[in-house]
Ligand binder design. Structure first.
Ligand code: SF4
Length: 329
């Protein structure tokens, strides 16, 4: 078995979470990021509202952590740039998982209608996507804040990794004056290599495409010494990078020996099984073992024994039904 087997990496990430947290906090700060450790959504809300005031403009992407804290309620002016999330919201459907083609059943007419509503101005049908893309770029130019999740933090270098297929994460993290990235504690990895191995596994197992299209590696705020050797910040990217490391129940799961679910890489492979397990109940988006266990800490789900006995899924990082069952107790 390779040293970089995702299952082994994720086990190490969970077991070494406290060490990785200390290391990543130090390296992120050394690279010029401002780092916050948020205990819960109340603390996260206070941090975000102190940074991004109601008068400031903001853009955001879709990310599990942003759903978890309900970013749209905290920063209602934040413009969603993930067009699939926009369409899912227009259809009043949960955004199941970006890596599993969540909009398979949306008709072209529905998508077109929602994108016309998203646009602030009329556009020809043939020019619709270009007009939407232009509008997002113009909004980015005028925005004070770009708010994203992230796919991994390499603790050894303090590098943030964003992986995506639309390019909006790159735009949101680069163009606005300040970047705010929010990550669950389980997104901490020992190194770039280990993070990439897990990110690849997530896309491969998501079933939509084998790998993301865009990677962004962000190591502190943008800076350059190109002109007369003088260091200038904010030339090719944000002037400031703020990182919120979100606990919100994760350390409780770890302390109670329920941390196996935090190995989850959000591939979405188990989503259908979990939908059956929680049939009719209000589930988090995207629905994964991890998101379900975290949501269960706040409002316990009602799952009958026969539903558990019928539940099974093949998780690429080795989370078993028993691990989820243990985390939900
Ligand atoms: S728990 Fe589900 S979403 Fe998470 S890695 Fe396993 S199969 Fe994928």
């Amino acid at each position: 078995m390779s040293t970089y087997e995702p299952q082994i990496i994720r086990q190490q990430c969970v077991e070494q979470n406290q060490n990785l947290l200390e290391q990543a906090s130090a390296t992120l700060k050394a690279k010029g990021c401002t780092v916050y450790l948020a205990k819960d959504t109340t603390e996260t809300t206070a941090i975000i509202q102190q940074l991004c005031t109601a008068e400031q403009k903001a853009l955001c992407t879709f990310a599990p952590e942003l759903e978890e804290i309900n970013l749209q309620q905290i920063v209602p002016q934040a413009v969603q740039t993930d067009l699939e999330a926009v369409v899912a919201e227009g259809l009043q459907k949960p955004y199941v998982n970006p890596r599993r083609a969540p909009l398979d059943d949306a008709t072209p007419e529905q998508i077109t209608g929602i994108l016309h509503q998203y646009l602030n101005e009329p556009a020809e049908e043939s020019n619709l996507l270009a007009a939407v893309s232009r509008q997002i770029k113009v909004s980015a130019d005028k925005s004070d804040w770009g708010i994203t999740g992230l796919d991994g933090i390499a603790a050894d270098t303090g590098t943030i990794i964003l992986a995506e297929d639309q390019g909006n994460g790159r735009l949101v993290s680069n163009i606005p004056t300040r970047h705010l990235a929010i990550a669950g504690l389980e997104k901490l990895y020992p190194s770039n290599d280990t993070a990439l191995e897990s990110i690849h596994a997530a896309w491969k197992n998501g079933g939509r495409q084998d790998a993301p299209v865009y990677y962004s590696y962000i190591t502190g705020p943008s800076r350059t010494g190109d002109i007369e050797g003088a260091m200038v910040c904010g030339m090719h990217g944000p002037l400031a990078v703020h990182v919120i490391l979100l606990d919100n129940g994760r350390s409780t799961l770890l302390a109670q020996n329920k941390g196996q679910v935090l190995k989850c890489i959000e591939c979405g492979k188990c989503t259908a099984a979990l939908q059956q397990l929680t049939d009719g109940q209000d589930t988090p988006a995207p629905l994964t073992c991890k998101s379900l266990a975290l949501a269960n800490l706040k409002t316990p789900f009602q799952i009958a024994d026969e539903q558990w006995s019928a539940c099974s899924f093949q998780c690429p990082v080795g989370i078993r039904t028993e691990d989820l069952q243990n985390a939900m107790q």
